[in-house]
Design a protein around this ligand. Sequence first.
Ligand code: DGL
Length: 345
Amino acid sequence: MALALCTALGAFGQTTTKANVVVLATGGTIAGAGASAANSATYQAAKVPVEKLIAGVPELADIANVRGEQVFQIASESFTNEKLITLGKRVAALAKDPGVDGIVITHGTDTLEETSFFLTLVVHTDKPIVVVGSMRPGTAMSADGTLNLYDAVVVAADKESRGKGVLIAMNDDILSGRDAGKRINIKTNAFGSQWGALGSVVEGKTYWFRAPVKRHTMASEFDIEKIDTLPMVSIVYGSGEMGTAMAEAAGKAGAKAIIHAGTGNGSVPNYEVETLRKLRADGVQIVRSARVPDGFVLRNSEQPDDKYDWVVAHDLNPQKAKILAALALTRTSDTKELQRIFWTY
Ligand code: DGL
């Protein structure tokens, strides 16, 4: 009797039942294929189906009960708001399933940071949701996708991953889906955050050192179940001699907000200020972000945001600010409320 009990409970008194993890595949390089093993950067993304991705890492079975779903098969630069919403609704539905303990999303790395931030803002669950990609296709020498996928499933199966918001597993790092992004475009250590990793995965074990402090998932005021479309938000990239045509065109195209990816601390050229003020007067929200990767934009520093009725993006880069602005505009068009939202998430 004692032996049976011990076997059933496992040697350390833990149950031997493994976590149930669902892999939602969307495409990208992790599903890519190149012409030869020497092609680590020249390949076709979004070719390998999810079943093959899972079969390519038999060790996953040691960690969790894993099954796959092919949601899309696209390169992530081709993601649209519609695809973000479709993915978000599928993730939310799976998170509600008591038979699902964790979710992994395989994704192209180009817009992985937007998807991770979007999901952490709209999916109400404390179950682990882990987004993963790769910088090399599986056909390349020293491909990184198999270990990244293994790490992602380890994180998704780990109870300690719960309640930390959407996570990114890349290159042995566990990163926050809120503030991590692609910082290098041709190396396997491509992803990082100016605020550092939350932890690491080594040989199938997670090591945690930090947890996010910004609101996310269960504490978010945004709910994917109440979102079916997102308003148009445009990013205008700041530079010397940037002219006013891009901001004017965004306004004409119907942008409800313009993210100004300013030089320095979100600076705006004097000739651009009048254009942005006119757009604000026409009802377009103006959000000052920065083209500089690290730091954060100070309110009323480079520009009198109070006077102009503008918003600052805090530490969010332009592409993340675009996601938050679009979601915020589904709930309010009040500038003070928008600014609160940018301080909060
Ligand atoms: N086309 C890019 C994408 O799907 C390839 C980059 C990658 O996935 O690593 O994001």
